[in-house]
Structure formats: structure tokens, C-alpha cells
Design a protein around this ligand. Structure first.
Ligand code: CA2
Length: 153
């Protein structure tokens, strides 16, 4: 029987995260998104997973990628950025995933403004990691990898 290639983990990033590393390092850390991608790819490799790492400033694009993930990914790591606090449409797309989902925030939203304390995405996420800066993405890879290996067992 032909061996099927394992599907990648999708790492999806929302609005403004393309500017990471240039402002507010005390809140978000000093790594750029490109540096985070490198770390995530390296960590995933140690766990035997490939990564598709993307960022968009557009809600609809993020929804398209989540819909794509349903058939093209084995799991999703999502930093919804500001959309996590506002978007029911993004939550609906996450609910339709039927794949393990880890929500990541670089900062700790609970330490910040009140309006950042609620995330729609958390209602659909299997795990939420926040406040670890770039290390949170690496932790998310480990968490997702453990969930995927549990599912297989
Ligand atoms: O802590 C996170 O990862 C956030 O998802 C980042 C969002 C914020 O609205 C959420 O409350 C928490 C903001 C992303 C903005 O990204 C930049 C960070 C620093 C410099 C430029 C952009």
C-alpha cells in the first residue's frame, strides 16, 4: 500500500503580527514573526511534523485558511491577535475544524486591558497558551504533537 505523507500543522497568525519585534518588546517579546517561524519549524521537526506558517491582516483570509485546514492540516496553532476578542465568525470557523486546536498569545491578556480578557477562540480551543512570548509557540507545537500522538494511540 502507498505510504501517505503526513499532513502539516498549520500555524496561523492574525492582524498586525507581521510587525512583531519592532514595537512593545516588553509586552510581546523581541522576536520577529520570521524568527518565531524558524523556531517553530525546528521544534516541529524534532517531533516529526511539518509546519505551514502564515500571517494575514484580513479576517476572511484567516477563515479561508481555517476551512482549508479541515482537509489539509493535522492540527492548528492559532494566534488570532485582536480578532480573538471580536470575531464570532472566526470562532465558527474554529468550531468546524474537528482537529486539535491550540490558541497562542505572546502576551498575557489577563494582565492587560479588560477588553483583552475575553477570547471567542478559547471556546473552541483544546488548549490556550499565553504570556510566554515566542516560547509559547514552541510549547504549542509540543502540546499539539502530544495531542496528535494521543489521538493515534
Ligand atoms: O499577545 C498576543 O499574541 C495578542 O494576540 C497580540 C494582539 C493583541 O491584540 C492581543 O490582545 C494579544 C496584537 C498583535 C499586534 O502585534 C504587534 C505586536 C508588537 C508590535 C507590533 C505588532
Amino acid at each position: 500500500m502507498a505510504k501517505t505523507k503526513a499532513l502539516p500543522i498549520y500555524v496561523l497568525n492574525g492582524p498586525n503580527l507581521n510587525l512583531l519585534g519592532r514595537r512593545e518588546p516588553e509586552i510581546y517579546g523581541s522576536a520577529t514573526l520570521a524568527e518565531i517561524e524558524k523556531e517553530v519549524v525546528a521544534q516541529a521537526k524534532t517531533q516529526g511534523f511539518a509546519i505551514k506558517f502564515r500571517q494575514t491582516n484580513h479576517e476572511g483570509v484567516l477563515i479561508d485558511w481555517l476551512q482549508e485546514a479541515r482537509t489539509k492540516a493535522c492540527g492548528v496553532i492559532l494566534n488570532p491577535a485582536g480578532l480573538g476578542h471580536t470575531s464570532v465568525a472566526l470562532l465558527d470557523a474554529c468550531r468546524m475544524l474537528d482537529l486539535p486546536l491550540v490558541e497562542v498569545h505572546l502576551s498575557n491578556p489577563f494582565k492587560r486591558e479588560r477588553y483583552r480578557r475575553h477570547s471567542f477562540i478559547s471556546e473552541a480551543a483544546d488548549a490556550v497558551i499565553c504570556g510566554l512570548h515566542a516560547d509559547g509557540y514552541v510549547a504549542a507545537v509540543d502540546a499539539l504533537s502530544a495531542m496528535l500522538k494521543d489521538r493515534k494511540a
